[in-house]
Write a protein that binds this ligand. Structure first.
Ligand SMILES: NC(=O)c1ccc[n+]([C@@H]2O[C@H](COP(=O)([O-])OP(=O)(O)OC[C@H]3O[C@@H](n4cnc5c(N)ncnc54)[C@H](OP(=O)(O)O)[C@@H]3O)[C@@H](O)[C@H]2O)c1
Length: 425
């Protein structure tokens, strides 16, 4: 099996290194030789480790699609442009493709999978979701017996690192983000991570694998972590929860609910204990019960590990459909109706510390049929403002949204209310 690698950055560098150091062992496992045939990157003159300059270089990424490579590994990134052109051309030329590119697959995955099937080759993407955790293979192959009813996960290490640090240090979101950027845990432009879109790309792929649907982003409601305050994190702890950015896809009788948002996760449950830059996924596999997967969700070695696993799989002859079903059979999703999306909520109001404010909030919630399960009210010393925090019983999102609009209009409310989903244990 000859391997062509396009992109020699964090992931590509790791893949080339493993192929250089472990090709013999990998070949024994695959039952046939595996060798690096050609590489390319944007700037050939750049200083690179692992003897990359001495490798055989293709003139351009697209040349790899015409080369002698049996597998083209796309590790350039970007949801369109050269990465997409390369994958189309490679599949069209009958080459297997391995990629870590979640944003590209979330948009074009079904069409590319169809092309791969037509050409009788594999399109694999273990590294695109949760780095080194073998969750793609688990959903595509290992958990098919009873089906998967829900898949939930912490899928973005940058967000988890920021939330973990906010809790550990009591510092604000922007302070911790700046530190994460200094330490290399966050990109110079972190908007895709903190805005939740990166998690949505990965969730789209998990949902496609779990439920046999076409991956797509339009059905996913996305909210990020920028509005989370140290105060919310402290209150969460008092109620027995920790705040995590979750991607959640759940099959209901009337459709599939797909959401990315910060959520209160009960302390003592596996997802609550996932710290720092780690990722984790819980797959609820019917009668077989929930399965918990955790590990490093990004970085050179974990991501290269997943890419290499795909290469070995292909070398062994495993070239089944990318999403576990023939691409033509992947369903177009229907979003779950509002009524199926009922959730309990954490609500925080910053209010004037005057008599009657609590009664007013409670009355407006009651008017929208939102009932309160528990509550904390805490005044700030030397301040006229008071934080009122409530956890509701499960209710439809529309009910709580209408109550919040009503409450925000009160002259006793000082800031826009904060709402965070309570994740069922
Ligand atoms: N980093 C992670 O931990 C991680 C985890 C999971 C998935 N991924 C995914 O893996 C992919 C690669 O990420 P990365 O972090 O390795 O990116 P990266 O470090 O920025 O590397 C990108 C590579 O692509 C090359 N490149 C850019 N434009 C090119 C072109 N027109 N032709 C050929 N090569 C070109 C660059 O060349 P130069 O070296 O010459 O600049 C560089 O080597 C992305 O899809 C990403 O989402 C990354």
């Amino acid at each position: 099996m000859r391997i062509g690698v396009a992109g020699l950055g964090t992931v590509g560098g790791g893949v080339v290194r493993v192929l250089a150091e472990r090709a013999h062992d990998l070949g024994r496992r695959a039952g046939r030789g595996i060798m690096l045939s050609q590489v390319c990157a944007l700037d050939r003159g750049k200083r690179r480790p692992h003897g990359m300059a001495e490798l055989r270089w293709a003139r351009s990424a697209l040349d790899l699609a015409q080369s002698d490579a049996d597998i083209v590994v796309e590790l350039i990134g970007g949801e369109n442009g050269i990465a997409l052109d390369l994958i189309w051309a490679a599949l069209n030329n009958g080459k297997h493709v391995v990629t870590a590119n979640k944003s590209l697959l979330a948009r074009h995955g079904a069409d590319l999978a169809e092309l791969a099937e037509k050409k009788g080759v594999a399109l694999k993407f273990e590294a695109a979701v949760a780095g080194g955790i073998p969750i793609v293979k688990a959903l595509r192959e290992s958990l098919v017996a009873h089906g998967v009813g829900a898949v939930r996960g912490i899928l973005n290490g940058t967000c988890n690192f920021i939330l973990t640090q906010m809790e550990a240090t009591g510092r604000s979101f922007s302070d911790v983000l700046a530190e994460a950027q200094r330490l290399g845990f966050a990109e110079a432009d972190p908007s895709l991570d903190i805005g939740g879109q990166d998690t949505a790309h990965k969730l789209a792929l998990l949902a496609a694998l779990a439920f046999g649907i076409r991956p797509g982003l339009d059905q996913i409601a996305v909210d990020g972590i920028a509005r989370i305050t140290p105060e919310d994190i402290t209150f969460a702890r008092e109620f027995g929860y920790r705040i995590k950015l979750l991607g959640v896809a759940r099959q209901g009788p009337d459709g599939i609910d797909q959401r990315v948002h910060p959520a209160m996760v009960k302390l003592g449950t596996p997802l609550a204990d996932v710290e720092g830059a780690f990722n984790a996924v819980v797959a609820d596999a019917g009668q077989a019960g929930p399965f918990f997967f955790a590990g490093r969700g990004a970085g050179q070695a974990p991501t290269a590990s997943a890419v290499i696993a795909d290469i070995v799989d292909i070398a062994r002859g495993a070239i089944g459909p990318s999403f576990g079903l023939p691409a033509k059979e992947l369903q177009v999703t229907r979003p779950a109706p509002e009524s199926a999306r009922a959730s309990a909520y954490y609500l925080r109001f910053q209010a004037l510390d005057v008599p009657g404010v609590l009664a007013e909030i409670a009355a407006r919630l009651a008017r929208a049929n939102v009932s309160i399960e528990s509550m904390i009210q805490r005044g700030r010393s030397l301040s006229e403002s008071v934080a009122i925090v409530m956890i509701t019983h499960p209710c439809p999102p529309i009910a709580v949204e209408s109550a919040l609009n009503d409450i925000a209009a009160s002259d006793k409310i000082l800031d826009a209310p904060t709402l965070i989903h309570m994740e069922p244990a």
